[in-house]
Design a protein around this ligand. Structure first.
Ligand code: CP3
Length: 356
């Protein structure tokens, strides 16, 4: 067992002291990197890239070669779980993810299989094992999953959606059906994340990318409570270290008060939330992560530096010296110039030292 050379990401999540602010970027491996596009071309398509251990490992490491990041994130996708449930994931160029089958009726939900993550999703665990070994203890590896609510939207709509028409129809017309689906997904996600932890993931993030589309009571009943169930079912210690859990509800910054007692160590925020106010509200009870507008990276060196410094001023405004991980407020986009994330990463490390 190699010891971790840089553990400031794990330390900040657990609110232990850090020398400088840790940073990683959501979707840090991806199309904005020419080397990613080259590896994807070799693999043939996105899903083949996820399923090939060597290629998945290679694209995970690519952003770490360019930038001084404090964590690696497993290269995979949240939609591997619905795919393993038999929905048939495919990507149409320029159109995002699609499923051959949708889940809309009681029969559809009853027919969902119970997955065996170690066989049905063995390629994910193989990637985790290979990445941990390739990292050689340089930085920790983050595992991840979608939240039940976010996965359900894709399964019910059959792909991405702007209005979640069929999902919300199910929520308001036949809520018991949606609950049955969410419960099935929560059980699958518990197994999936525990298998990632067993294979070597040192922290996990639950992406609740579309939780913010819900009204606040429905957010608690249909998204947060299932994430709570997951958190309670996870392995929380491995090889003598705590495995921190991060919940990221995009659009959920106004609900931090109800998220706090659900057992997660940290919460991700998007750029619509005031970080200084959020830190005051949380008041040392959890760590926060975020929240630079990903579009900031379309700007110049100077505008990026200015925005990053303002974010750090907000993050440390309440005098707390840890409990903060710098990140984007959502995934990096394919249009970012690959020279710009370096300005973000280096400014975080250099400027934050004065607060720590
Ligand atoms: O962060 C990382 O570097 C790890 C890789 C990662 C991917 N998807 C790779 C990917 C992670 C953590 C995800 C999570 C994911 N996938 C989410 C949650 C995060 C978020 O952004 O809200 C969601 C909603 C998905 C679903 C998904 N997968 C969509 C909507 C798309 C198409 C649109 C897009 O942004 O590309 C994907 C495909 C996908 N997943 C790509 C990558 C690099 C692009 C595929 C390609 O190479 O063409």
């Amino acid at each position: 067992m190699t010891t971790l050379k840089n553990d400031r990401f794990l330390r900040a999540l657990l609110r232990e002291s850090v020398d400088t602010t840790p940073i990683w970027m959501m979707r840090q491996a991806g199309r904005y990197l020419p080397e990613y596009r080259e590896t994807r071309a070799k693999a043939g398509d996105f899903l083949s890239l996820c399923r090939n251990t060597e290629f998945a490992c290679e694209v995970t490491l690519q952003p770490l070669r360019r930038y001084d990041l404090d964590a690696a994130i497993l290269f995979s996708d949240i939609l591997t779980v619905p795919d393993a449930l038999g929905l048939g994931l495919y990507f149409e160029t320029g159109e995002g993810p699609k499923f051959k089958k949708t889940i809309r009726t009681e029969q559809d939900i009853q027919n969902l299989p119970k997955i065996n993550v170690n066989t049905d999703l063995d390629y994910v665990m193989n990637a985790v094992t290979a990445i941990r070994s390739a990292l050689g203890g340089s930085v920790p590896l983050i595992g991840f999953s979608g939240s039940p609510w976010t996965l359900a939207t894709y399964m019910i709509e059959g792909g991405s959606s702007k209005d979640y028409r069929f999902t919300k129809e199910m929520l308001y017309k036949t809520p018991e059906l949606l609950h049955a689906l969410l419960d099935h997904l929560a059980d699958a996600v518990i197994d999936y994340l525990n298998a990632q932890i067993e294979a070597g993931a040192q922290a996990v993030q639950i992406f609740d990318s579309w939780g913010g589309a819900l009204a606040h009571r429905e957010y608690i009943d249909f998204s947060l409570n299932y994430m709570k169930k997951i958190v309670n079912g996870l392995t929380r210690e491995k090889d003598g270290r705590r495995i921190p859990v991060i919940l990221f509800t995009k659009g959920g910054g106004q609900w931090l008060d109800v998220m706090l007692d659900k057992g997660a160590d940290a919460f991700g925020l998007d750029w619509t939330t005031r970080l200084d106010e959020a830190r005051k509200l949380v008041n040392g009870r959890a760590a926060l992560q975020g929240n630079l507008d990903p579009a900031t990276l379309y700007g110049s060196n100077q505008t990026i530096e200015k925005a990053v410094k303002a974010m750090l001023d907000d993050a440390y405004a309440n005098g707390e010296k840890t409990g903060y991980v710098a990140n984007l407020g959502h995934g990096i986009t394919q249009w970012v110039n690959p020279d710009m994330p370096k300005i973000f990463v280096d400014t975080v490390h250099e400027y934050s030292a004065k607060y720590l």
